[in-house]
Design a protein. Structure first.
Length: 292
């Protein structure tokens, strides 16, 4: 089938899924049982501009479930991008979660805290939220009929950086444990990092200090466009994973720029969802639909 036909088919399917999801609505739950760690009093009131949100001080998870007959038991926490200043909640969040449901995956959109309070590393509150979210989702595995060893994380741009940070800092939480959820493993079983930024120190090939790749790092899928000014991040991330012996796959597209999300742009980068599904199957993450 021609690429234009594939993209057109994807658009129709995505539209149908959107209407179905809108009718039912996702389940929403708080990431933390009370106030999150740290002081966010200087951030201001949460603000929405269309599908863009900033000044997030109360992180939440929006859970999109696949049809029962399609459910594979796999779950993915989705981290929208926005430079750790805002979150692009539509084409890097809700639309992605809805797409995941079409391949039998529970898509869970994380609305993480942004921006960080003054004097705090810009990624730190988000990493706390991501670590807590992985543990929270895994703690719900029995209730939600998920496979506790098939809990992944996917993100874009700053969210792509957050994916790698979560995949390389699971051995030490970025906050003091507060309850039983924090006793549950926060290591993602796999990561999907799409056009990440901030993974390397600006203008160098050196990884940022919070990116601590070891052999225990989970498998990671990476996609970025060559005409993206941040494309070096994916190249050096892949090489670091390869040299550490971590299963990784990198797709560098000739066109796409930055911020293509899951939009059907008609450019080569728009095919990344298909490549990602192929990778998940090759890694044994996705397989036959689990029996209920």
């Amino acid at each position: 089938m021609a690429r234009s036909g594939v993209i057109a088919g994807f658009c129709i399917a995505a539209l149908a899924i959107s209407f179905a999801a809108a009718a039912e609505g996702p389940q929403t739950l708080n990431v933390w049982p009370g106030r999150p760690p740290g002081d966010s009093s200087q951030i201001g009131k949460e603000e929405w501009n269309g599908k863009r949100v900033t000044n997030v001080t109360e992180p939440t998870l929006a859970v999109y479930r696949p049809a029962k007959e399609k459910d594979t038991g796999v779950a993915v926490v989705v981290c929208p991008g926005g430079g750790y200043q805002r979150l692009m909640m539509s084409y890097e969040g809700e639309d992605v979660a809805q797409w995941l449901t079409t391949v039998g995956i529970t898509g869970i959109v994380l609305k993480y805290r942004v921006p960080a309070p003054p004097g705090v590393a810009k990624y730190e509150p988000a990493l706390q939220d991501a670590q807590r979210s992985i543990s929270l989702v895994r703690s719900k595995a029995k209730e939600w009929e998920l496979k506790p060893d098939k809990i992944g994380i996917l993100g874009f741009s700053a969210g792509g950086h957050l994916v790698v940070a979560a995949c390389t800092n699971f051995d030490k939480r970025a906050y003091e444990p507060i309850d039983g959820v924090d006793q549950v493993n926060c290591r993602p079983d796999f990561g999907v990092s799409i056009y990440p930024g901030g993974v390397i120190k600006k203008g160098t090939s050196e990884l940022s200090p919070e990116i601590r790749i070891t052999r225990q790092t989970p498998p990671i899928f990476i996609a970025q466009a060559t005409d993206d000014a941040l494309s070096d991040n994916s190249v050096y991330l892949y090489l670091a994973l390869k040299h550490a012996g971590v299963p990784a796959e990198l797709h560098m597209y000739t066109q796409g720029g930055h911020g293509f999300g899951i939009k059907p742009t008609g450019k080569p980068s728009a095919t990344w969802p298909d490549r990602c599904v192929e990778w998940m199957r090759s890694q044994g993450i996705l397989g036959a639909t689990q029996s209920k």
